[in-house]
Design a binder for this molecule. Structure first.
Ligand code: UD1
Ligand code: UDP
Length: 385
């Protein structure tokens, strides 16, 4: 038997970013690679598993409607405890900053199993933004034995917290690897309505929003600003908003934005559909973490509907602007990019501070090095400032 590696995840973004790594691990004959999902998300996770053809060995199916953070934590701990007891993996791989991520790292620690943290070291330095992700990521970092930092900046954050340099590998972000599977030049959408849009003559703006700290008034501000932009630019602008399945988000989005000719509210898109839509649109307005990494590589401006970010690299490169959740500010910044070609051009530059598509290969190399299967430490990803 080889070295048993178990990838554990639960939500859509974790699945997207773990998928290329799982594919890369499965190619290695020294590794026995398994997948356990908590299914903190259900439909949105299954979309990604289907797309990448991943069939988990374990599926804890924990999602409940309107689940609390404690619901997720306790159900994930309970389920993973049994999985780890039975399988005794040599290494558990977790991704990012969700509650599944933290719970899996904690249970692995209880079982004295080594933990590899993919997308380690991002920090906003604000406990409440993003909530609870900043703390989930920090807690996971405390428990991890191997830290796969996507950028040099992320490595520096870890070093500043006293993490041993030998355990940190700068790899790039696996989301850029995932995009090389999904983004195609002459892509045809399965969602017919997306094929009918005039991407040349309309300014197509893609919107997503779901963050817990934006529930309530901030999300209402975001939706009201979008509604008024849609009304002000009836002919020029077309909004596409694939709405997150969380009922808190869904109810607000449909209540404020339903029924406008130039606002298309959709169910969550499969990730290849989403990535190709991002590649074709005019710009993006989002509070998502992942979109802040993907969209800059496609050369489209991003207005980030948050006050702070744990991903400062694209902001510094100029393709991402933090605009917060204030109605006036969102309206003003969107108006600027719709009306002022120079301002638009300043932001519409393809930059790739987050990866070069080889993150998964570097992570596999680092794991081999860790287990003494190779003498060479993989070369670090050089981008990401
Ligand atoms: C979770 C993560 C967040 C990540 C986001 C990605 C935590 C605490 N939050 O937030 O870090 O950015 O996923 O999308 O880990 N739901 C469905 N079907 C689905 C998915 C969700 O119906 O496929 C509904 C359920 O009612 C569920 C609710 O959405 O209770 C919230 O899901 P949850 O995972 O708790 O929070 P997210 O906001 O999705
Ligand atoms: N995404 C998707 N379908 C959608 C909306 C988003 O596949 O309808 C993808 C998006 O391209 C990115 C990831 O989901 O890869 C981001 O997930 P999300 O915004 O849910 O979480 P975050 O990144 O904020 O943690």
């Amino acid at each position: 038997m080889g070295i048993k590696i178990m990838a554990v995840f639960g939500t859509r973004p974790e699945a997207i970013k773990m998928a290329p790594l799982i594919k890369a691990l499965e190619k290695e004959k020294e590794f026995d690679t398994q997948v356990a999902v908590t299914a903190q998300h259900r439909e949105m996770l299954d979309q990604v598993l289907r797309l990448f053809n991943i069939v988990p060995q374990y599926d804890l199916n924990i999602m409940r409607e309107r689940q609390t953070l404690s619901d997720i934590t306790t159900a994930a701990i309970d389920g993973l405890d049994r999985v780890f007891l039975k399988e005794k993996p040599n290494l558990v791989l977790v991704h990012g900053d969700t509650t599944t991520t933290f719970a899996a790292a904690l249970v692995a620690f209880y079982h004295k199993i080594k933990v590899g943290h993919v997308e380690a070291g991002l920090r906003s330095f604000n406990k409440w933004f993003p909530y609870p992700e900043e703390i989930n990521r920090k807690l996971t970092g405390v428990l991890a034995d191997l830290h796969f930092a996507p950028t040099k900046r992320a490595k520096l954050n870890l070093l500043n917290e006293g993490v041993e340099e030998e355990s940190i590998f700068v790899t790039g972000n696996t989301v850029i690897d995932a995009m090389s599977y999904t983004v195609k030049k002459d892509y045809t959408f399965r969602e017919e309505r997306l094929n009918r849009i005039d991407y040349k003559n309309k300014k197509v703006i893609v919107v997503t929003a779901h963050r817990r700290e934006n529930w309530g008034a901030p999300l209402e501000n975001i939706c009201n600003a979008i509604k008024d932009i849609a009304k002000s630019y009836k002919e020029e602008v077309y909004f596409i908003y694939p709405v997150h399945m969380n009922p808190v988000v869904k109810n607000t989005a449909h209540k404020i934005l339903g029924g406008f000719d130039n606002v298309l509210l959709l169910d969550p898109l499969e990730t290849d559909e989403m990535h190709n839509l991002l590649a074709r649109c005019y710009m993006v307005m989002t509070d998502s973490g992942g979109l802040q990494e993907e969209v800059p590589s496609l050369g489209k401006p991003v207005l980030v509907l948050r006050d702070v970010t744990e991903r400062p690299e694209a902001k510094e490169a100029g393709t991402v602007k933090l605009v917060g959740t204030d109605y006036e500010r969102i309206f003003k910044e969107a108006k600027l990019l719709i009306e002022d070609e120079n301002e638009y051009k300043k932001m519409a530059n393809a930059v790739n501070p987050y990866g070069d598509g080889k993150a998964s290969v570097r992570i596999v190399g680092a794991i081999k090095y860790f287990f003494g299967l190779s003498k060479e430490k993989p070369e670090e990803y050089e981008g990401g400032g």
